[in-house]
Design a protein around this ligand. Structure first.
Ligand code: PMP
Length: 289
């Protein structure tokens, strides 16, 4: 395996960064997760744009142009002969002193890892997930905006621990108002009557690239869509529920807080969206060549 660090491809055992990097010391940095399907990088532009937006939001200057970064992502995939896989570009604040001050860090580090990923087993895609509401609230927008895909994922990790300890696969995180924000690493959708609903980003969700794509696909397939503040009541009484994310793709939720959601099996409309999503993922994207 070859890992990209600041312009060079290094062997896995030689891919090292300083212990004084503020990415390690403070989670000070940003990242993305990108899928490769059939030798193409899916939604590459959207991921590059979000990486630059996240960096901008934390006053981190990525020391490369978008074009150079795009090329580096492609080169890393090529070097690892990725056909189907998962790419993780990340930018850390770089080496600094032990204090918090990010201005002591002179050189941000750009790292790209290209590997495989399978978040959930085939079985779970067929059966659907069990989720639970957790006590850990999603970060308040004015504390650390959930729109920033930062290296500091402790908020999400605390939620994931609660869910796993409760015997569930994923967490439903609420915001300080008690509305549904998102899962620990995915966006949440429900079908209710004729409508496909998802919380607005302002409720404390990452603006998921899969989320936006699913909203588009749903409209193309004739479903009415809306962004709406949702409570647990809305989820408990939904006809269908599913999660979306680059790694998870689209996965049905059939049980929440020990209650059966919808029919207790992945719903017809969810399966319809899964099929459209896979068809698009298999046939579009930026070639790795
Ligand atoms: N929410 C969170 C907290 C995430 O980390 C992610 C990415 N895994 C998502 C939602 C889904 O976003 P995307 O579809 O862009 O991967």
């Amino acid at each position: 395996m070859k890992i990209y660090i600041n312009g060079k491809l290094r062997r896995r055992q030689d891919a090292k960064i300083s212990v004084f990097d503020h990415g390690l010391l403070y989670g000070d940095g940003v990242f993305e997760g990108i899928r490769a399907y059939n030798g193409r990088l899916f939604m590459l532009e959207e991921h590059i744009e979000r990486l630059f937006r996240s960096a901008r939001a934390i006053v981190l200057k990525i020391p490369q142009s978008r074009q150079a970064l795009r090329r580096a992502v492609i080169a890393t995939c090529k070097a690892n002969r990725i056909v189907n896989g998962y790419v993780r570009p990340l930018v850390t604040r770089g080496v600094g002193t032990l204090g918090l001050n990010p201005y002591t860090c002179r050189q941000p580090q750009v790292i790209i890892i290209a590997d495989k990923i399978q978040l959930y087993s085939e079985f779970l895609y067929e059966r659907g997930l069990k989720v639970v509401t957790v006590g850990t609230l999603r970060n308040h927008n004015e504390s650390l905006s959930p729109c920033i895909k930062s290296l500091n994922y402790l908020n999400n990790i605390m939620a994931k621990i609660e869910a796993l300890n409760a015997g569930a696969e994923e967490a439903v995180m609420l915001n300080a108002q008690g509305n549904v924000a998102e899962a620990s690493g995915d966006n949440i959708f429900i079908f209710k009557g004729q409508q496909l609903l998802t919380p607005p980003v302002s409720a404390g969700a990452l603006e998921g690239i899969t989320r936006n794509l699913v909203l588009d696909l749903a409209r193309q397939r004739g479903y009415a869509t809306a962004e709406a503040n949702l409570t647990r009541y809305d989820l408990y009484t939904a006809d269908e529920m599913f999660l979306t994310g680059t790694a998870a793709e689209i996965i049905s939720v059939v049980n929440m807080d020990g209650r059966v959601i919808g029919s207790g099996r992945p719903g017809r409309r969810t399966r319809d969206l899964m099929a459209s999503f896979h068809a698009l993922a298999q046939s579009s994207g930026t070639p790795i060549e």
